[in-house]
Ligand binder design. Structure first.
Ligand SMILES: *Cc1c(COP(=O)(O)O)cnc(C)c1O
Length: 350
């Protein structure tokens, strides 16, 4: 089953007390809905939507970039970034488990005519300068032209340290490549690294940030970068069908998220540590935790059975067997976390 697949076995009808499948399940709260209802809107394809314009400018400013572009999804934001950096027959170097390589239906290749060259990750989730140098193609008509390094942070929950991220970007730049950062969970990374947004964003030319994961907005991502590239990205967004009209109702949710929901990410990370400690204490399998994610490989090999057993107790989990993924987010408070931990104890008799 896909990491992102829902429960297609009827459990959706049960009372869901704690949904650990992903931080994408977060729903807009009352204050965010109020901000959406009050949004001043216009036709964004004409550049007339004030809320969208404000969101793009605010996130660009926060990350120290010239311009921003609001898009319907992180997938489209990454695709538009790749298409704006690379031409037909050119190549992106990236991590093998990264979203752009594994979870975007190969859109960069299918729709962008761009080749993808995947590398294995370092233990901290980054790409080694040596591996990058070896992957850059020599100037030879047999090969695609290496054009872009695409990083991801956080990746698999891991906040890749700044020095390692910088070293990878330096290796790419020395070979004439540009650098994109898939920062779907950019603010989880910044929170865990304890750095300013500009410290991480400054390493890359373009950064894609999701508003619809831990930040709690219902829809949307923003791509930030240099003015001329964002102008090209705007054309690609239209080409891909991502030009939205009165999108200010969505941008208002994103602006609300940036203003109010970043600080809460630290609490998600703390709750992930609490869950990891409780699972470790059960002694039922291998546990890993990074930022807001916990990964669990049960010794009993009962990952497939665990899902419906927990679902019957109102706890939803994700991830393909043998390693399950539990994601903490703003809709899981301490009470919901306690319920989840009790359900795990129940199941394993702890
Ligand atoms: C979720 C995610 C995306 C894509 O975002 P969607 O809005 O779901 O298309 C891209 N990259 C990473 C690392 C993600 O986790």
């Amino acid at each position: 089953m896909s990491v992102y697949a829902g429960m297609n076995d009827g459990t959706a009808r049960l009372n869901i007390l704690c949904d650990l499948r992903s931080d994408t399940v977060t729903r807009p709260d009352a204050a965010m809905r109020q901000a959406m209802a009050a949004a001043e809107v216009g036709d964004d394809v004409y550049g007339d939507d004030p809320e969208v314009n404000r969101l793009e400018a605010e996130l660009a400013e926060m990350l120290g970039k010239e311009a921003g572009l609001f898009l319907p999804s992180g997938t489209q934001s990454n695709l538009v970034a790749v298409m704006s950096h690379c031409g037909r027959g050119e190549e992106v170097i990236l991590g093998r488990p990264y979203h752009v390589f594994r979870y975007e239906a190969a859109g960069a290749s299918v729709l962008g005519s761009v080749a993808l060259s995947p590398l294995d990750l370092t233990p901290s989730g980054g790409l080694s300068p040596e591996a990058i140098r070896n992957a850059v193609q020599p100037d030879d008509p047999h090969h695609p032209v290496s054009r872009l390094l695409s990083l991801e942070n956080t990746t698999g929950g891991m906040a890749v340290p700044l020095p390692e991220t910088r070293a990878a970007a330096d290796a790419a730049r020395a070979a004439g490549l540009a650098v994109h950062l898939d920062g779907a969970r950019f603010f989880n990374a910044v929170t865990a690294l304890g750095c300013a947004p500009g410290d991480l964003a400054g390493i890359a030319d373009t950064v894609s940030v999701c508003l619809s994961k831990g930040l709690g907005a219902p829809v949307g991502s923003v791509l930030v970068g240099p003015k001329d590239l964002i102008a090209r990205a705007r054309r690609h967004r239209k080409m891909l069908g991502g030009g939205m009209r009165q999108a200010g109702v969505l941008a208002a949710a994103g602006r609300h998220a940036l203003a109010h929901n970043i600080a809460g990410l630290a609490a998600d990370h703390t709750r992930a540590r609490t869950l990891a400690a409780a699972l470790t204490a059960l002694g039922a399998g291998r546990v890993r935790q990074a930022t807001n994610m916990v990964f669990f490989a049960p010794d009993a090999g009962d990952a497939a059975a665990l899902k419906p057993a927990l679902a019957r107790r109102g706890v939803l989990i994700g991830g393909p067997a043998p390693e399950l993924r539990f994601v903490l987010h703003r809709d899981i408070g301490d009470d919901a976390l306690d319920l989840a931990i009790a359900a795990f104890r129940d199941h394993y008799g702890g």
